[in-house]
Design a protein around this ligand. Structure first.
Ligand code: NAG
Ligand code: NAG
Ligand code: NAG
Ligand code: NAG
Length: 440
């Protein structure tokens, strides 16, 4: 009820803002022009019913606690208003809730510039990844497609699905197994189905040569409900004393074969001393937060405090090229250090513009470190301290755009642009470009 009311208040205020602007009002384009979104009605088996399966997978941790607060999870502690135990998989719920708050929704699909599918694709994928449907994972998505073509088929047919979009809160790799009759080693084939080639999928990581997907940020644990809480966090990040040159939060690196994580472990092994060529600016070279066995996953306190105290956060590829920790480190004002372009530069163009990339991050090709003996510490110590400070300021300025703020909130706070808003704008632009291409 409260949500409905605040939604209408927001709508009302935006209408008010437009009509007030005196004689020229008629010439000013409607604030919703080009941005109208229709939310497709789907039967509950595509979304709400899937929530009830949260405890069905013995191979997984019980996911039920992470459903709380529309997918933000439970607060980290009782008095916390901004920090939650967020599981990235729940971005599908978070996104759905936020879409319902958009001021430019339309019940009429004919007026829509884009059609949102509130399908919890990643949750539905669990039965193929870990459950009874493991041998039919090439079918993932076909039920949805049949529904879209059979019910109100005009909505799809109007633009052959080119204006449809959805969120799939896992790496695209999990949804892009080749279609074949053999049971896959891992993953479903949703993104390989020609039926969905025209649809835009927002994933946590894209493939190296993506067609229909675009990567959007992993959710962190920080979801402020208002501007003062966001601003006080940013102030704390700016103030924080950085006593370690660099930090690595993660597991692995224990294999004997040369790889970047092993190189990092070796450099960090003796990290309790100040950097060799240091002017005494940092008390230690490297801080290491051991996140083996998933112990950090829903426990932001474990890594946020150390990240606040480090100048640079190392982001080597893990099981996949990117990592959630990239966004945690940005949130902590810790400058990310990447070792390959697939880790972020070629992934998150909407949220981390390519042309600004070197202003807020460092890239050290992993081959240089692993095979040519380049020391990460030497590269980082070679960056003048004034430049480090400028990079950090850039990182802090990015915080509002890479976090998902809490749903609800005042109309004023809603007008600040967050990761969700950037994703929606990007999607609308992409769909527009696709449709223009198509009509040429
Ligand atoms: C948190 O709140 C719950 C319910 O109000 C209460 O039962 C619990 O004792 C509180 N925990 C702490 C640590 O205060
Ligand atoms: C999947 O197929 C494999 C090999 O044919 C079989 O051993 C396994 O029991 C099947 N799993 C399920 C859940 O049907
Ligand atoms: C995708 O779009 C093309 C035209 O761009 C169309 O020919 C094709 O039928 C569409 N696919 C589906 C499944 O609707
Ligand atoms: C760490 O310190 C030990 C003892 O001083 C030394 O033998 C070792 O080479 C150092 N490791 C690295 C990677 O520098």
């Amino acid at each position: 009820m409260a949500t409905t009311i605040s939604f209408f208040v927001a709508l009302f205020l935006s209408v008010l803002g437009l009509t007030r602007s005196d004689p020229t009002a008629a010439a000013i384009p409607d604030g919703c022009s080009g941005r109208r979104i229709h939310v497709r009605r789907l039967p509950p088996r595509f979304n709400l019913d899937l929530l009830a399966t949260c405890a069905d997978y013995p191979l997984l941790e019980d996911l039920c606690p992470y459903l709380a607060n529309h997918g933000l999870g439970r607060p980290t502690h009782n008095r916390s208003r901004s920090w939650f135990r967020t599981d990235p998989l729940m971005l599908e719920l978070v996104f759905h809730r936020r879409v319902l708050e958009l001021p430019c929704l339309t019940p009429d699909p004919d007026l829509a510039d884009a059609v949102f599918l509130p399908y919890y694709a990643g949750l539905d994928a669990l039965r193929y990844l870990y459950g009874r449907d493991v041998n039919s994972s090439a079918d993932h998505g076909l039920d949805l497609y049949r529904f879209l073509r059979a019910n109100d088929p005009g909505i799809w047919e109007r633009r052959s699905g080119h204006d449809h979009f959805l969120v799939m809160a896992r790496p695209a790799w999990d949804f892009s197994q080749p279609l074949s009759n053999d049971p896959p080693i891992w993953g479903t084939s949703f993104l390989e189905l020609p039926e969905f080639y025209n649809v835009t999928a927002l994933t946590l990581e894209a493939r190296a040569w993506p067609w229909q997907e675009q990567a959007i940020p992993y959710p962190t644990s920080f979801h402020p409900p208002d501007s003062p809480l966001l601003e006080s966090w940013m102030a704390r990040v700016r103030r924080s004393r950085r006593t370690a040159l660099m930090l690595f939060a993660g597991g692995g690196g224990i294999s004997a074969a040369p790889n970047i994580r092993r190189s990092i472990r070796l450099e960090c092994e003796n990290g309790t001393e100040a950097p060799p060529s240091g002017s005494g600016y940092y008390a230690k070279t490297c801080d290491f937060v051991d996140c083996s066995n998933g112990i950090c996953e829903h426990n932001p306190i474990k890594y946020m405090r150390p990240m606040l105290k480090a100048a640079f956060c190392l982001q080597p590829p893990g099981d996949t090229p990117t990592r959630r920790s990239t966004f945690d480190s940005l949130l902590a004002g810790c400058i990310p250090v990447f070792f390959e372009d697939q880790s972020a530069r070629s992934q998150y163009q909407w949220h981390m513009p390519e042309e600004e990339f070197d202003e807020f991050s460092v890239t050290i090709p992993k081959e240089e470190v692993v095979y040519k003996g380049l020391k990460i510490v030497d590269v980082l110590m070679g960056i003048p301290i004034e430049r480090v400070k400028r990079m950090r300021e850039k990182v802090v300025e990015m915080i509002p755009r890479i976090i998902y703020r809490k749903h609800g909130g005042s109309p004023g706070f809603r007008s600040t642009i967050d990761a969700f808003d950037v994703a929606v704008e990007g999607t609308l632009k992409r769909i527009k470009a696709r449709l223009e291409e198509d009509s040429v």
